[in-house]
Ligand binder design. Structure first.
Ligand code: TLP
Length: 343
């Protein structure tokens, strides 16, 4: 079975398990876990921010960011197909108690005009706009990369309007590898950034939230409130640091495999694919309408490929540590066999 449902499905490698087993640990709720502290210092420095907080999941990192940036009843501008709006179980309504304003876009880039129009004037009866969130790379749009110039334009608009700017950078590493742009260049315009170790980097668990020292102090309180204060979490942090130091460079292989897979699908003309969307490790493509996704996914499973759903009407294949070049090509041929079986 070739599992392309997500880059979250990877198993820790033998070397990663060895590093985990040997990691020095302490009680992180007391701030005494040396491996967690080492990871947090490393990530803060890598992303050019004052401080970092290790959190169990990307969702918790995003939700803590919203809770620290906003007061209940305020508004957050997000891209309409963003992870925050789609896959976080309406947590912003429950935890930060904010309202999300979703702005549709083609590749994850909300237009500046649309963002500006969504910012509320200061009438007492409007909600107060507090925060803009960007997602880089953009998951549902197919792992698309936000151009740095665009991010700076959004940041200038946010500053001009007194708004904070957060980045869901669960796959920021992929954007860096795809463009050669450093993490610091990507993160500089943001007040806060969430990055994940458990996606393409292949760590079993964990994300980090970075920002100012003051912001991260509040974030630590929120993490505890949400039940995310972990004790000897160094075992996990060691895996995350190992992943960052050893699995980052190889992400270009996942991008290459994604391109190869997309190319085989595109050449067949059996499925609709937009090659300009294939920028990192995610490929989304339109499967034969009007077959429901579940039926298409089942046909692919019968051929030995697991896929997930992207935008409505689109299937998603994600390339990772455990899929080599041969398997990427084989997966494309199997998907085409599944498509033919449904025609
Ligand atoms: N994405 C998962 C699913 O939740 C869809 C996946 O398989 O891609 N931000 C972005 C952009 C993400 O893609 C994800 C996970 C998260 C946040 C949440 O991370 P976790 O799963 O660690 O809470």
């Amino acid at each position: 079975m070739i599992d392309l449902r997500s880059d979250t499905v990877t198993q820790p490698t033998d070397e990663m398990r060895r590093v985990m087993a040997q990691a020095p640990v302490g009680d992180d709720v007391f701030g005494e876990d040396p491996s967690v502290n080492a990871l947090q210092e490393y990530v803060a420095d890598l992303l050019g921010k004052e401080a970092a907080l290790f959190v169990p999941s990307g969702v918790m990192g995003n939700q803590i960011a919203l809770a620290v940036h906003c007061h209940p009843g305020e508004e957050v501008i997000v891209e309409a197909a963003s992870h925050i709006i789609t896959y976080e179980t309406a947590a912003p309504a429950v935890i930060a108690r904010v309202q999300l304003v979703g702005i549709p876009s083609a590749f994850g880039q909300m237009s500046l005009e649309a963002i500006e129009q969504a910012i509320r004037p200061p009438e007492y009866y409007f909600p107060r706009t507090r925060l803009i969130c960007l997602e880089n790379t953009h998951n549902r749009h197919g792992g698309t990369v936000l151009p740095v110039a665009y991010i700076y334009e959004v940041a200038a608009l946010a500053r001009r309007c007194g708004l904070a700017l957060h980045c869901d950078g669960a796959r920021l590493w992929n954007a860096c590898v795809a463009t050669g742009i450093s993490p610091r260049q990507y993160t500089e315009p943001f007040d806060t950034v969430m990055v994940s170790f458990s996606k393409g980097l292949g760590a079993p668990v964990g994300s980090a939230l970075v920002g100012s020292r003051e912001f991260i102090a509040s974030a630590r309180k929120w993490r505890k409130l949400l039940g995310g204060g972990m004790r000897q979490a160094g075992i996990l942090a060691a895996a995350a640091l190992y992943a960052l130091q050893h699995h980052w460079e190889r992400l270009h292989e996942d991008h290459e495999h994604a391109r190869l897979f997309a190319q085989i699908l595109a050449e067949s003309a059996l499925v609709e694919i937009e090659p300009q969307r294939v920028q990192t490790n995610i490929v989304i493509f339109r499967y034969p309408a009007p077959v429901p996704f579940a039926a298409f996914a089942e046909a692919c499973r019968r051929e030995g490929v697991l896929l997930s759903q992207g935008l409505p009407g689109w299937a998603r294949a994600v390339f990772h540590l455990h899929v080599d070049r041969k398997q990427a090509m084989e997966a494309a041929h199997r998907v085409l066999r599944a498509v033919r079986s449904l025609l």
